[in-house]
Ligand binder design. Structure first.
Ligand SMILES: [Zn+2]
Length: 254
């Protein structure tokens, strides 16, 4: 049984995918080494407000090394969006191609002034090899538009447009060897708030949020009902989790 109150600790869920011939693929990159070593003001405030554990061993690069891989084996990074808590690992893998939706890459320029702090441009100052993905060539994935990323993979990894949280926010769908799908919903859902929890299982949300219900759903992009339907109808084939979902992170990491 889970204790009623667990330690609040931010999770930024990244996936590391090992391919047969294409090296390693990272989905989202969390905070990077520089964010821990020389954090700017925005990062410092964000880390404090969101209970980010300040342990560089938690960075993607250290975790990749701990698994016995060489960081240069990470050839591709797929990002759900460009918020600072998702892009921090980019400078730690400077040779990786970085896949993101074109809407996100181009939309970042137009975010309102009061939201600019959430995008840390120093994360891509090194000039990564961007691969921008358009909505033109989509296929159907359980009723969602799906953009094949790295189409040489079989099945491809899909970017699933779930715009709203940011201009081009996407989920990422990956099929595991056991044929189950993992669906990283990015910040389109959250178990921190009942209105934005697609799983809706009693006892698995904190029910606490500084945000009013309606605003929380809007803030994450208003995809909750579609994602809930996906969970209801295909939960036996698809494991859904969001970036900052501590419960799913612990279940999947175990
Ligand atoms: Zn975000």
């Amino acid at each position: 049984m889970q204790p009623p109150i667990r330690r609040l600790e931010a999770v930024a869920h990244c996936l590391l995918i090992e391919t047969d011939h294409d090296g390693l693929i990272l989905v989202d990159s969390g905070y990077g080494l520089a964010d821990y070593n020389t954090p700017g003001l925005a990062l410092r405030l964000f880390a404090t407000a969101c209970f980010v554990p300040c342990d560089p061993a938690e960075t993607a690069i250290r975790q990749v090394e701990a698994l016995g891989f060489d960081p240069s084996d990470v050839r591709d990074i797929i990002l759900t969006h460009l918020h600072l808590d998702h892009s921090g690992g980019l400078p730690d893998f400077p040779h990786a191609r970085v896949h993101v939706s074109r809407a996100e890459y181009e939309g970042v320029r137009d975010v309102p002034l009061w939201m600019r702090w959430a995008f840390a441009r120093q994360h891509w100052d090194h000039g990564p090899d961007w691969v921008l993905h358009d909505k033109d060539d989509t296929v159907d994935w359980f009723g969602f538009d799906a953009i094949p990323v790295l189409p040489q993979l079989s099945p491809p990894i899909f970017l699933i447009p779930l715009h709203g949280h940011t201009p081009g926010h996407c989920g990422v769908a990956v099929r595991r060897e056991d044929m189950r799908w993992l669906f990283h919903m990015g910040d389109a859902a959250s178990r921190l708030h009942r209105a934005t929890d697609v799983h809706q299982l009693p006892g698995q949300h904190y029910g606490l949020s500084p945000m009013p219900h309606g605003y929380a759903a809007r803030f994450l992009g208003n995809h909750i009902e579609r994602l809930r339907a996906l969970y209801r109808e295909h939960g036996h084939e698809v494991t859904l989790f969001s970036s900052h979902d501590q419960t799913s992170f612990r279940e999947l990491a175990a």
